[in-house]
Design a protein around this ligand. Structure first.
Ligand SMILES: [Zn+2]
Length: 477
């Protein structure tokens, strides 16, 4: 126990000394370009559909949006450290980017900019008030053929817009400084409500949630604010299924608030581990705007506090965790295909049909994970899928809690990334893969954390030894 305490003390002292040294360096030589550790190129693009497109996120909504309440955007920051290591973060007011969308786009970006897959981080706000994308024109039940076609046309148009966005950002690198802080998002609410009938999508004020709002501030060397990257861990679902106003939900209004407060400064939004959290309360456009403004004010407040300077170099690692899926048999699936929860019955039927046709079910899903190390100052862990809140503490325990930013909804939207706890408790987040068939096995969480540790070691983060769960005894002075 003593060892853990000393380790944390040591790290925190080192961090404070490093932060102090960096501040001192800034004070002595503010604008010497040669001393500037970072360059950044920032670009934004409007991605509001120019045609009627169906809305994403709620399965029962089968007609296009009716009105644009607020334009939606995609934005990119290309970073380059002193040694020329480059990387790009793409943010978007979209529902998600499955691998069929993300991987061809990454390849096009590589051809045009030279950025390889590990240098590219795609993220999305999981916006349920935005447009749907689709690969195929096949209309679903109740969907008009023209609407199904427009969805595909929009998706192709979006892909070219996102490619141009990254090309533009990469073409205008200028010296910057980076700093990091953290605010609080009070409207984040656990949504797994326990009822006599099981776990429902509701409101659970006693459930876990990550209410942090990490902020990355990007300034020109003379101290002018150039861009803001911020994150929150709640679904962009303030607006319900009956909404047909297109906008970016609370994240869109938060970006708008900041961009009006700081004219000419792009504000970029990322999600945290929001898989089992919603905004609270939910409802209409007014509530959505209120959440956005509250978040915008909090980010603006954090920008004015003393932030931690971030030094280089930038080290990147990208890998895939092989996540085991539950082994299922016809005998197990047959009763579930007849009667079970709404989120399970469809996939039980499809998996049963596959087995009856003699097909094999997949045994694993390859989930991308990225770990970016910024000097000794910040580790950004970006998990894929709809990551539930348990992963925040799992990653903290695996890597140590300091200087850590845990993001979800990055690089591949394959459905919910749940944990053994949620599987045991039941509920919607256990619905499994969205683009294929399969429910995660309890051991999937271990595969995620093993890969996070491997990648974090690769980029040089010092990991705590042994079991790092914070016991009550370890917290004693
Ligand atoms: Zn979701």
């Amino acid at each position: 126990m003593k060892r853990t305490t000393l380790l944390h003390l040591g790290t925190s002292l080192r961090s404070r000394l490093a932060a102090g040294a960096a501040l001192l360096a800034c004070a002595i030589a503010p604008a010497m370009a040669a001393d500037v550790e970072w360059k950044a190129g920032i670009a934004t693009v409007k991605i509001t559909p120019e045609m009627p497109v169906m809305m994403a996120g709620y399965a029962n909504r089968i007609k296009p949006f009716e009105r644009v309440a607020l334009d939606i955007h995609a934005k990119a920051i290309v970073l380059e450290d002193r040694e020329g290591q480059r990387a790009v973060i793409v943010t978007s007011d979209l529902i998600g980017m499955p691998s069929w969308f993300a991987e061809p786009l990454a390849e096009q970006i590589r051809e045009k900019t030279g950025l390889s897959r590990e240098q590219i981080m795609f993220t999305w706000a999981h916006n349920h008030a935005g447009p749907a994308r689709a690969r195929e024109e096949r209309p679903g039940p109740g969907v008009a053929l023209a609407d199904a076609r427009n969805r595909v046309t929009y998706t192709r148009w979006l892909q070219t817009r996102l490619l141009d966005l990254v090309v533009q950002a990469a073409a205008k690198l200028e010296p910057v400084t980076l700093s990091h802080g953290r605010g609080v998002a009070k409207f984040v609410m656990n949504r797994r409500e326990f009822t006599p009938e099981g776990v429902i999508l509701g409101v659970n004020p006693q459930g876990p949630a990550d209410r942090s709002a990490p902020v990355l501030r990007i300034d020109s060397p003379d101290g002018r604010l150039r861009a803001i990257l911020f994150a929150v861990a709640a679904h962009n679902t303030t607006l319900p299924a009956k909404n047909f106003d297109l906008c970016g939900d609370y994240a869109g209004f938060a970006q708008q608030y900041l961009e009006e407060k700081f004219p000419g400064v792009p504000a970029l939004f990322m999600l945290g581990c929001a898989g089992d959290t919603n905004p609270y309360p939910r409802g209409d456009l007014e509530i959505t705007r209120t959440h956005g403004q509250e978040l915008g004010r909090e980010v603006a407040r954090v920008l004015e506090t003393r932030l931690r300077p971030i030094g280089g170099p930038l080290k990147l690692a990208f890998g895939k965790a092989e996540l085991p899926l539950q082994a299922v048999t016809k005998e197990m699936l047959a009763p579930l295909a007849l009667k079970s929860e709404s989120w399970r019955i469809g996939s039980a039927q499809r998996m049963l049909a596959m087995l009856e046709r003699g097909e094999r079910l997949p045994t694993h899903y390859s989930a991308p994970i990225a770990v970016w190390q910024f000097g000794n100052d910040l580790t950004l862990v970006a998990l894929s899928g709809e990551v539930v809140v348990d992963y925040v503490s799992f990653v903290q325990q695996a890597l140590g809690p300091l200087n850590l930013w845990v993001a979800g909804y990055a690089n591949d939207g394959f459905g919910y990334l749940n944990t053994a706890r949620l599987q045991a408790e039941g509920g919607y987040e256990n619905r499994g893969l969205s683009g294929g068939e399969g429910w995660f096995a309890p051991e999937a969480q271990d595969a995620v954390i093993a890969k996070v540790k491997e990648l974090a070691r690769k980029v040089g983060r010092t990991l705590p030894e042994g079991d790092t769960r914070m016991s009550a005894a370890a917290l004693q002075p």
